[in-house]
Design a protein around this ligand. Sequence first.
Ligand SMILES: Cc1cc2nc3c(=O)[nH]c(=O)nc-3n(C[C@H](O)[C@H](O)[C@H](O)COP(=O)(O)OP(=O)(O)OC[C@H]3O[C@@H](n4cnc5c(N)ncnc54)[C@H](O)[C@@H]3O)c2cc1C
Ligand SMILES: *[C@@H]1O[C@H](CO)[C@@H](O)[C@H](O)[C@H]1NC(C)=O
Ligand SMILES: *[C@@H]1O[C@H](CO)[C@@H](O)[C@H](O)[C@H]1NC(C)=O
Ligand SMILES: *[C@@H]1O[C@H](CO)[C@@H](O)[C@H](O)[C@H]1NC(C)=O
Ligand SMILES: *[C@@H]1O[C@H](CO)[C@@H](O)[C@H](O)[C@H]1NC(C)=O
Length: 498
Amino acid sequence: MLGMKAPSVAGIIGFLVATARADGPTEQSIFGDINSLFPCEAVAKVISNASTVYYPGSSEYTADVLHWSSTNVIHPACSVEPGTPEDVGAILRILASSRTPFAVKGGGHNTNPGFSSTEGVHISMSRFNDVIVNSSEGTVDIGAGLIWDDVYAALDGTGVNVVGGRIPGVGVAGFMLGGGFSWKTSQYGLGIDTVKAFELVLPDGTITNVTEANKDLWFALRGGLNNFGIVTKFTLKTYPETEVWAGMLIMSMEHVREFNAAVVKYCAEVTDKKAALAPVYTRPSGSPATMLGAVLFYDGPSPPAGVFDEFLAIPTIAGGAQTGSFLSFIMSMVAAVPPPGGRRSYSGIPVLQYSASLIEVVRNETVFWGDRLTKLDPTFSVTNALEPFDPTMFSYGAPSAYPPDRSRPLYPTNLFYSWTDPSLDPVVHDAIWQSTKAIEAAALAEGQELVGAATYPNYALHDKPLEGIYGKELARLKSIKRRYDPQNVMGLAGGFKL
Ligand SMILES: Cc1cc2nc3c(=O)[nH]c(=O)nc-3n(C[C@H](O)[C@H](O)[C@H](O)COP(=O)(O)OP(=O)(O)OC[C@H]3O[C@@H](n4cnc5c(N)ncnc54)[C@H](O)[C@@H]3O)c2cc1C
Ligand SMILES: *[C@@H]1O[C@H](CO)[C@@H](O)[C@H](O)[C@H]1NC(C)=O
Ligand SMILES: *[C@@H]1O[C@H](CO)[C@@H](O)[C@H](O)[C@H]1NC(C)=O
Ligand SMILES: *[C@@H]1O[C@H](CO)[C@@H](O)[C@H](O)[C@H]1NC(C)=O
Ligand SMILES: *[C@@H]1O[C@H](CO)[C@@H](O)[C@H](O)[C@H]1NC(C)=O
């Protein structure tokens, strides 16, 4: 089996010259096992008893390499579950000196190929799983291996909450290192705007706490993804939480006129920052038609009259909003999220305004690509989401890698495609790019000044050029990167690389 032997001379030579073994073809490159044989053993030797290396065949390995989307699954030579920041540092030193490709997985929800998967050494952060509230400080320490569901469950009943993910299953780490759009973003800003400190293992293996005092790393980590090291803990501000009123409504396309009018009116008129809305055009897998959906959220037991009235007046096929705990709202969406397994792709389109004409283009794109791709793969599904927030949403935080320009709001419109047949990957990729371009072009054509507008890194397709994400801050980020990672250790892990 892969990587199970002690480092033999053949293994070390194999590691240097990458001779193929006759194990037969696998999903990974034939060099993956040989390349990483020695590093797995070396990692196992340097870690403390708080950490463990796992090999193919074990249930821990299987769990470690699981991702929400199979587009981001590669079978590594081994996985390692570090249990202390010191062990993360020791692992990074081995990977750096052997130039071994590696991955860092938080919640495993990124869909881009290789962004948290590797042929080499796969680091799963799952043992960093503490949630520790400090009520005198108004903060909570959150381990970097958690998903938001766990955080909300731990905070349930404490009277406080955090600015975290909107949908079940999403990881804390990827969300927080890319920006973080929350149900509370209109009230408090992005997730990164609520961080008090990052516990960070630098690429050279040393452990540091990054706070506002460290101007450069503070800027770079807030949107700079996995380019500056491995985060083991986030200290976040907490905010008071009451019961919330929220839920998801599904409506038939025959009501699209009222629905689109309700979206445009909400965007133009609602100034209550406790309100949040996510309208979608969606063709679920196996459905013959595109439907309308909307998640309504109010950060209090009931929304004031006028906030959601137009949506509530539309007859629903399913769903509804109700008063309950924040946790129960999040968990009520579990059934709406496809389980881990299929192939998935995200694309993001920053826009300044959801006008009637632009959202009609998004609707048409949903119907057009839903029809076309369902003919090629009957399991295909598409959900295109509008993500309006209060226009002040970028005013809550200091400068950060993302968004590179906080002077105006950009709403991170999300296209989400799901399919099964891997041979269709290039076809779907081409489709989601074309659709992204069509919506961008429509926004430009109606006069939105989007030249140079930054795409949200956590929604960007893997081949999005970095200029389109970091804009005018790209040069500064590259220079911070050179200072903290002169050997480009983090370049051995996948993702948007500075
Ligand atoms: C169903 C669904 C709902 C979503 N909802 C939202 C939403 O409401 N708001 C929003 O803003 N985004 C949302 N997203 C996007 C989400 O933020 C990204 O997919 C994000 O990458 C997920 O983080 P993760 O930890 O689960 O992913 P992973 O795939 O584990 O990691 C993502 C990236 O972060 C890196 N990384 C992970 N852990 C660490 C660490 N400890 N240190 C350094 N680097 C690390 C990985 O190497 C990888 O490059 C959603 C995604 C999905 C699939
Ligand atoms: C791990 O090692 C520490 C220190 O070396 C020791 O105190 C502890 O008992 C060990 N724990 C286990 C589970 O072996
Ligand atoms: C909260 O933080 C303060 C200041 O860092 C510290 O003195 C105190 O012990 C912490 N309390 C808890 C419960 O961790
Ligand atoms: C980081 O801060 C914590 C307290 O918040 C402290 O216990 C720890 O020693 C600090 N680590 C480093 C490396 O400075
Ligand atoms: C709908 O979108 C498709 C694909 O972008 C485009 O070819 C078509 O012209 C659009 N239809 C309308 C009515 O705009």
